[in-house]
Design a protein around this ligand. Structure first.
Ligand SMILES: Nc1ncnc2c1ncn2[C@@H]1O[C@H](COP(=O)(O)OP(=O)(O)OP(=O)(O)O)[C@@H](O)[C@H]1O
Ligand SMILES: O=C(O)C1=C[C@@H](O)[C@@H](O)[C@H](O)C1
Ligand SMILES: [Mg+2]
Length: 171
């Protein structure tokens, strides 16, 4: 949370000339505010709907840049879908910078209570899943979005040209 997924996704999409989508925004457009959904339907219902929203995007033929919600990796089905043909970047950030960026957790139901403690606990619970689904880990602390976008584009281009080489050797 607060690593800059939505912000970087928008810039990456523009620079790559692809459609930029944000799973949280798609959720809100379909179901209304996330905090309201959490309080009326509960987290399991939210996770199911989130899985469906992401599944729909990942089933599309056209390539895009998709910023996930922070808890999307909790779904085994989403993790499996991400493993089938997506480039996945794990964006990290220091706790201090994250809490500053997140305005102390306002509007994020999973950060209710003591935001710092909760942020640390959630990260500890999810770190292994983020590592499992991603090809790269990029620390965003103290770095501009422009700089991050350039780095991610380089990583993707290098991976794609390596896989082209592989295909030409083994047609
Ligand atoms: N590299 C950066 N440096 C400084 N501030 C940033 C950076 N990236 C994003 N921010 C700021 O941090 C806040 C959170 O960014 P953003 O919403 O993109 O994070 P997120 O990872 O999508 O969060 P969430 O988990 O809530 O979806 C925003 O105010 C944004 O402007
Ligand atoms: O980390 C989480 O569990 C969440 C992160 C946000 O992106 C939203 O998807 C929602 O607030 C839940
Ligand atoms: Mg976001």
């Amino acid at each position: 949370m607060g690593s800059g997924k939505s912000t970087l996704g928008t810039v990456l999409a523009r620079r790559l000339g692809l459609q930029g989508l944000d799973a949280d925004d798609l959720f809100v457009a379909q179901y209304g505010p996330i905090a309201d959904y959490f309080s009326t339907r509960g987290e399991p219902a939210f996770r199911q709907a989130e899985e469906d929203v992401i599944g729909e995007v990942l089933s599309r033929a056209a390539p895009c840049v998709l910023s996930l919600g922070g808890g999307a990796v909790l779904s085994a089905l989403t993790r499996d879908r991400l493993a089938r043909g997506s480039h996945v970047v794990y964006l990290t950030v220091d706790e201090g910078a994250a809490l500053k960026r997140l305005d102390g957790g306002a509007g994020r139901p999973v950060l209710a209570g003591d935001p710092g403690r909760t942020w640390r606990r959630i990260l500890a619970e999810r770190h292994g899943l983020y590592r499992e689904v991603s090809q790269w880990t990029v620390d965003t602390t103290g770095r501009s979005t422009t700089d991050l976008a350039e780095q991610v584009i380089r990583l993707i281009r290098t991976a794609e040209s390596a896989s082209e080489d592989h295909r030409s050797v083994h047609p």
